[in-house]
Design a protein around this ligand. Sequence first.
Ligand SMILES: Nc1ncnc2c1ncn2[C@@H]1O[C@H](COP(=O)(O)OP(=O)(O)O)[C@@H](O)[C@H]1O
Ligand SMILES: [Mg+2]
Length: 1040
Amino acid sequence: NCPHATEAAGSDGIRLTMESALTARDRVGVQDFVLLENFTSEAAFIENLRKRFKENLIYTYIGSVLVSVNPYKELEIYSKQHMERYRGVSFYEVSPHLYAIADNSYRSLRMERKDQCILISGESGAGKTEATKKILQYYAVTCPASEQVETVKDRLLQSNPVLEAFGNAKTLRNDNSSRFGKYMDVQFDYKGAPVGGHILNYLLEKSRVVHQNHGERNFHIFYQLLEGAEDELLRRLGLEKNPQQYHYLVKGQCARVSSISDKNDWKIVRKALSVINFTDNEVEDLLSIVASVLHLGNVQFADDEQGNAQVTTENQIKYLARLLGVGGSLLREALTHKTIIAKGEELVSPLNLEQAAYARDALAKAVYGRTFSWLVNKINKSLAYKDAECPGRRSATVLGLLDIYGFEVFQHNSFEQFCINYCNEKLQQLFIELTLKSEQEEYESEGIAWEPVQYFNNKIICDLVEEKFKGIISILDEECLRPGDATDMTFLEKLEETVKNHPHFLTHKLADQKTRKSLDREQFRLLHYAGEVTYSVTGFLDKNNDLLFRNLKETMCNSENPIINHCFERSELTDKRRPETAATQFKNSLSKLMEILMSKEPSYIRCIKPNDAKQAARFDEVLIRHQVKYLGLMENLRVRRAGFAYRRKYEIFLQRYKSLCSETWPMWEGRQHDGVAVLVKHLGYKPEEYKMGRSVISFFPNLCIEGNVLDYMKLKSFLQYDTFWFLLSSAITIQSWWRGTQGRRKAAKKKRAVETIRRFIKGFIYRNYPRCSENEYFLDYIRYSFLMNLKRNVPKNVLDKSWPTPPPSLCEVSQLLRQLCMQNMVWSYCKRISPEWKQQLDQKVVASEIFKDKKDNYPQSVPRLFINTRLGTEEINPKVLQILKNETIKYAVPVVKYDRKGYKPRARHLLLTQSTIFVVEEAKIKQRIDYANLTGISVSSLSDSVFVLHVRCEDNKQKGDVVLQSDHVIETLTKIAMSADKVNNVNISQGSIKFTIGQGKEGIIDFTSGSELLIAKAKNGHLAVVSVFSVRGCRAWEGK
Ligand SMILES: Nc1ncnc2c1ncn2[C@@H]1O[C@H](COP(=O)(O)OP(=O)(O)O)[C@@H](O)[C@H]1O
Ligand SMILES: [Mg+2]
């Protein structure tokens, strides 16, 4: 609520701003006249009004009564935000406003389910109608709603422009003066939603249809129709766009008014009509009637030789016949003749000029007036609350809004002003009844001693007007009914006779010498509560009689225009009783209105008009003082102050102020009365400063030490309120800062994300270009992500060959890393293994170097561990051990030796020592081969296990090469090769191996594969070795 709060630097700043905001509105005068120091001074009262008015503070309270001064300009205080500010807030917590009254009534209606009414009074142009509309808008905006309720709200709001078009007119006092009284009930359901409405209308000023005073206009609708309707419609209605063409529109000589846009208003009215459920046909019928009134005004007569009136304007009759759906000749006849029923006989007599004009105007007024009532009914139908849940039961509470014509005084005042001002007398009386009188009576019943406040009770004037037999209305009626030639003047005489001694009544004859000058002979003067008004009796009888000749009525009864037909009922023709006069009807309807209002809880808005010129910012003190006086505002204030300057029901008082005392805060559990007692005691009030009644606590400001209890209470509660608002605003400030920070962070993050994504896309596009600012980020990111990925997925062992694919720029690095990684794994593997295992692997590596991919049965040997020795010491003959005692046996294995000649297989042991190979048979060493003499080793590439040890032959001791077979041929040969350092001398041959048998002879071993293993001497004298080619064995191994 305080835009500067966040700008102010610290919490002090906020506090200061808030406090100044709270007190600023107090600084201009007082918000409640009850707080006025000099409360008996009218000057002080008006000064306060003036000060506030100057600052556009048009609203001020007198307790719970709202005083409103018409600003005559648009103020920025009716926005939705303003409405929200007043919603559900206690009266004294916000500055005075119409909305506070509206909300207060609404809340009472909801909480207590008691019918409410808001009485808006003030003279013509003081702002009553505007106030009503604003209150209605307030409800439309702030009340809960459903879809169905929306339509009701719309209709409630839209009924206004329609009724104003037909019932308002420009007067000298107000450009949009209500010329009918309106009381509108808004019905609310139990949820507080407006669900329906009903309008009561009071006495429309019909005379305006046929005559307007200078500077005034007829009802708005005529001008709106002519100005706004499309040409086609005007053509159908037989109208011209120019108001000057119509006698009924030219009397006031001001068809155009600067403050009114008839064209715009026409659009609004047309739209409103459809909102309130008018069909196109109904609109057409309605406008036909409006047009027909204009045509009627243009009907002219001339007299014939006998002095009888004849219609001279045939065209108008033609239009009228069409628009009203009546026969042309019938209408012509009815306008110029009258039918009288005397002693059961019908007499038709022609009218003279004057009478015909009178009949024509009477018809125009009747048609318009009845159509207006029809319109109200029609609106009521569309507003009717259809309670689907429990029809027939009254389930809605109502809130009444009374916007009735205000007190008015013109140069020339007639019957209408008499009725209007009488109505205002009645409302003033009601106001007195309900506020001044009842309030004082309440003091009495509470047993409080108080100084009675003198106020002007206008009952005396009301009686003067309405009393039976003696009242002005009674006398008028009597004169109207009297056979013989009663005239307005005879009525005046009767008045003089009957009420001559009344202090509020005066005529030329009754006045003293001095006043007589200001009174014409056909005038009487009433000293109203609001001022003197001089009425001219001319027209009183006619207007009161409201006479329409029977034959015109009959013609209208036959109308084919459905609205007219509805407005003029046949039963009227047959009804012999005299209809009630206008004044009596009005009196009765007012008395019913008073009953309605009395049954509800009232709130008051007293409207004041600041000047007669309808000007903004003009404060006409004389005019205002007059209104303050006659509205009884001073008395109102005095009563408020003299008795209970401040009074509240216990529960409300407690609810409002319980926060001021720790004992009552947050909840008072006991009786409300006791809670209030504790509270006031805590606040330091002396017993004589307040009174506790039956249900109400009251304070006497004049007894209060601080000077003004209300001020004090308000101040205290405001302080509490300030603290509350201060805390609240602090919380909000902190929240908003934090939210702001969060928001900014989020936004920055998003921005960064966007930039990253954008850079990424750009980088992707430029990824194959040399490094440049566009792809820099992308390339780096790719590298980074490759390395990070690698880090997470390095191979865990040497057999794991997986490796992430590097980006092009990292191929070389990747390669190096891969090597490093492998080296590393190998190195760490090597570090971990035992010496035995190392030896084993050394041997395996040698075996691999020798045999891998060269000998078929090598693969089978790979998974088999090489054994240190295949023969334990115990398996070797001790004699052999004896012989070899100086040498350690490094390896021993059983082998088969093939004889050099016959190739006979002989089982032998092969022993390896540090320097020699021994071939041993039992205890005998059959052959010893020093490693130095071992020239090579031959073996086939097939899967056999035969091998040849080649021995140097110059040495005769040597027996030549040895052909052996070992079941562990790979192991055996590897050990021999390693021991003898003959790794490079292992010869793997395909096909055959030649070997020496000693003394230069040669033997040959042929190797082949076959299905059966065979080692035998072949026919060619060779040793034939057939090995089984085991594909499966190889493959199986390879697969591992
Ligand atoms: N609260 C307001 N704000 C602005 N203008 C207003 C306000 N109240 C009244 N007026 C002006 O005064 C004129 C007369 O008010 P209106 O309500 O028609 O008077 P009343 O119904 O009392 O005769 C309105 O047409 C409008 O121009
Ligand atoms: Mg009005």
